[in-house]
Ligand binder design. Structure first.
Ligand code: ADP
Ligand code: ZN
Length: 816
């Protein structure tokens, strides 16, 4: 008798691959086990078993596997079902999904590079012989390929050894390792209440006259809190009074000073958990409506204005679900920006919260994977970015999709190009679990589905504590320029409002849209602007390093003094970004601490947390930032939000530009006035009568929705049509053109007028590759399955044309 398995290899193959196994293996192996298999001449891959059977492959001789890597399945049948759906819906291979879904430590292959994890002590007694040899080899050479380790161990069975070492956290595999966020605990000091009267204070100072250093500290604390009117950090006090930590400690011991940890640790999670907050009347109603909706709908949309307390409602739902013994997945658009949220959740659920993110270290990801698989108490609630839909849940009860309108839920590159919100619905379905999507600004598609009765809809239109929605004022930049009321990029009105907020001891957020508006350099004489040598774009100017950089490929050069084209020294940086706003602010308000949050300042390990913490603890008074500012941050003391210019985003050439501008502005505006006092929002624009700005100014979501839906219907866009974008890439311009014309012709034969293009995108050359796009629109009544089958057929014929074989073809379903 012969025995076989079909496996998924972690490479983009159209088909499963078959290997032969022994009878014993046949009885042991099940779908979801990993095996090490040879592939090609000398490669070894980790593959995943999907079928165990007795039918030999027809066209090739099945090779034997190298070894079995698991004692039990690490991928569940539900996951395999989800992968199959993704593969068929998003038109990608199972191999692409396998690679994207698993932590890379589960995918060891001959080429994988292994490193010693320097942070962990090695206890040699805990190692078996093979493990010891690997560790020893890595002591001599900082990194080794698994191939090399075969020779060292004199056995090919090295993958399980590495797997064990990864689990023991002694080694790690090739990739960037990000440190996990550790909450920053800032300690503040103040004078003990017993010295609050002036008289007591004098007595104290007299008493301290023989301890001049301690006296200095008390005086300094007094003057610091008087001048800044802010809580004083212990570290700052120590620095300012130039004493050792011991001096401050003795004052604390004598009960003269008290310390406390500030609000940042709403945070404080030390194993203890807290009662969930009691919902107010409106939240209570919303909560009941959600529960009611869950009875009949798979998906419910919670449309709640910013700061209405949606998170507290989620918390309540999570608690109920956990009490039923179920797992909850809480999807967030970007994990780096959710430290506030994670602290809030840990506050309630403590140890039961796990965080999963593709940028976490290998070991952490393996741990969360295994915990989820084993239904461990640590993964009752998993908070994660889009890739967490791939975790091996086995008892999922609820998926929360927070800020469901966010575009970062869509993966653009590489395949699988899936939308995590939409995929989460399929995932939930597999478990008969419920989905709650929440946002202040629903995506047009989601709201459309809710209105059509496909999703349940729950509204919450009151802010928590009955704080009024911020007051929004539009500022006409054309008029301000004409009347010479501008200082740099600031109108007199905005400056006035900033000054007023600062006077009231309130913080300010200034938003500068990133997209389509980077500072470029242009010659004032001939008009030339420096270009990237690999891509078809102008280089952008980076003031800090005084250099020019390409945002697509990272190419950089020093800022030039003379124009490279005409040689005249007349280069001027045009446009403006967050850096310019920051620089102008520093001149206008020299005494005020200004912070900046954009791609440049948040790159480091704890980039985001540092800035968010500094703003939260009010070390920074004005925060200038891009898109990142919009993502659900909850600051207590922001009195004013200024949008520097609304125009670039409104004019962006995309059918979603208006919807997105609305989302962005309403979300940024929502950062203002979240506690007692009503906040203020100023929006500068050359076109303040633009319909979208008018709708933003009165928070008219329904008006925006109706307009957008009408336009989409008329111009044949989602939700009325589905979109599939096909992109061709090649370094030869002519070849891309030939290929695109061929493909478009065949697609038009099938779909007629619903094929648009081929067209070069605005940036048509990236990293020396030309890009050309074809857009296919699919009307609702046309079968999606048949459409995709036809596209696949054409793709196969395309790939069979020898001239086109080297063209990369990318298919992106629901490309928006
Ligand atoms: P959203 O997610 O809708 O923007 P949040 O859940 O962040 O709103 O709530 C805004 C603020 O109000 C938070 O600081 C939150 O702790 C507070 N809050 C909301 N609901 C309650 C409640 N029921 N009791 C106490 N505080 C609440
Ligand atoms: Zn470039």
């Amino acid at each position: 008798m012969k025995y076989f398995i079909d496996v998924i290899l972690p490479i983009p193959l159209q088909k499963l691959f078959t290997y032969s196994i022994t009878e014993a293996e046949f009885h042991f192996l099940k779908p979801g086990f990993r095996v090490a298999v040879p592939f090609g001449k000398r490669k070894v891959y980790t593959a995943l078993v999907v079928n165990v059977h007795q039918n030999p492959p027809e066209v090739y001789e099945a090779k034997s596997i190298q070894q079995i890597l698991d004692e039990k399945a690490v991928v569940t049948s539900q996951q395999l079902a989800l992968w199959k759906w993704i593969s068929s819906y998003y038109m990608c291979s199972l191999g692409d999904i396998f690679r994207a879904a698993m932590p890379s430590a589960f995918l060891l292959e001959s080429e994988t590079v292994v490193y010693l994890n320097g942070e962990k002590e090695v206890d040699e007694n805990e190692l078996d012989d093979h493990e010891f040899l690997v560790i020893e080899a890595l002591g001599h050479q900082s990194s080794l390929k698994i191939e090399d380790l075969w020779a060292i161990l004199d056995t090919k069975k090295v993958l399980p050894v590495i797997n064990r070492l990864i689990e023991k956290e002694l080694v790690t595999v090739q990739e960037e390792i990000y440190e996990q966020y550790k909450p920053k605990e800032e300690v503040y000091v103040l004078l003990h209440e017993q010295f609050s009267s002036e008289e007591k204070m004098h007595t104290l100072l007299d008493d301290l006259s023989r301890a001049p250093k301690q006296r200095e500290v008390v005086m300094r604390l007094f003057s610091l809190s008087a001048s800044t009117k802010k809580p004083v950090k212990k570290s700052e006090l120590q620095k300012e009074s130039q004493v050792s930590a011991a001096v401050i400690k003795s004052l604390i011991d004598k009960d003269i000073l008290k310390t406390y940890k500030k609000q940042i640790d709403r945070v404080s999670f030390e194993g203890e958990t807290n009662e969930v907050k009691e919902l107010n009347e409106y939240q209570q109603t919303a909560f009941k409506e959600i529960e009611e909706s869950f009875k009949s709908k798979e998906v419910t949309l919670l449309h709640g204005v910013t700061s209405s307390g949606k998170t507290e409602i989620y918390v309540q739902l999570i608690e109920n679900e956990i009490a039923k013994g179920k797992q909850v997945l809480y999807l967030v658009p970007e994990i780096a920006l959710t430290t506030q949220l994670i602290h809030r959740l840990r506050h309630y659920f403590g140890e039961a919260v796990s965080i999963y993110h593709s940028k976490y270290s290998v070991n952490e990801r393996v741990e969360v994977w295994n915990n989820t698989l084993n239904n461990s108490p640590k993964t009752k609630l998993v908070v994660g970015a889009r890739s967490s839909i791939f975790l091996p849940f086995n008892n999922l009860g609820l998926v929360i999709v927070d800020e469901e309108h966010e575009t970062s839920y869509k993966q653009f590159d590489p395949a699988p190009r899936y939308h995590a919100r939409d995929t989460a619905i399929v995932l939930a379905n597999i478990f008969k679990a419920k989905v709650l999507m929440g946002t202040a600004t629903p995506a047009v598609e989601s709201y459309f589905n809710a209105k059509a009765g496909k999703y349940g809809l729950v509204n919450l239109d009151r802010r928590f504590g009955n704080v009024l929605m911020p007051e929004i004022e539009l500022i006409d930049l054309k008029d301000k320029h004409k009347k010479k009321r501008m200082t740099g990029h600031f109108s007199d009105r905005l400056l006035e409002a900033i000054a007023e907020a600062l006077d009231n001891n309130e913080q300010v957020i200034l938003f500068k849209n990133r997209r389509g508006f980077s500072p470029i350099v242009e010659c004032g004489t001939c008009g030339h602007s420096p270009q990237c040598s690999n891509c078809d774009v102008s280089l952008t100017y980076h003031q800090y390093k005084n250099e020019l950089r390409c945002h697509y490929c990272g190419y950089r050069m020093a800022m030039q003094t003379n124009c490279q084209a005409c040689g005249v020294a007349n280069l001027d940086s045009k446009g403006f970004g967050t850096q310019q706003v920051e620089a102008e602010l520093k001149e206008l308000f020299p005494k005020v601490k200004v912070g900046r949050m954009d791609l440049d300042t948040t790159r480091g390990k704890h980039g985001y947390e540092k800035i968010i913490n500094a703003f939260e603890s009010e070390e920074i008074q004005i925060l200038v930032g891009t898109q990142m500012l919009t993502k659900g941050l909850d600051f207590r003391n922001v009195g004013l939000v200024g949008i520097m210019s609304a125009d670039a985003m409104l004019n962006f050439p995309d059918f979603r530009a208006h919807e997105r501008s609305f989302h962005l502005m309403v979300q940024v505006a929502g950062r203002a006035g979240r506690t007692q006092k009503r906040g203020k929002v100023l929006i500068q624009s050359f076109n303040p009568y633009h319909q979208i700005l008018q709708q933003v100014s009165v928070n008219d979501y329904d008006g925006m929705f109706t307009d957008q839906v009408n336009e989409r219907r008329q111009y044949e866009y989602p939700p009325f049509f589905r979109l599939i974008k096909v992109t061709l890439k090649h370094k030869d311009y002519n070849k891309v053109n030939r290929g695109a014309d061929w493909l478009a012709q065949y697609l038009k034969n099938g779909f007629g007028k619903y094929v648009l293009g081929p067209e070069f995108p605005p940036v048509s050359r990236i990293r020396n590759q030309y890009h050309k796009n074809i857009l296919i629109k699919i009307p609702k009544e046309q079968s999606l399955g048949n459409t995709k089958t036809y596209i696949k057929k054409i793709r196969n014929s395309f790939e069979a044309v020898p001239d086109f074989r080297s063209i990369r073809l990318i298919i992106d379903v629901d490309n928006y």
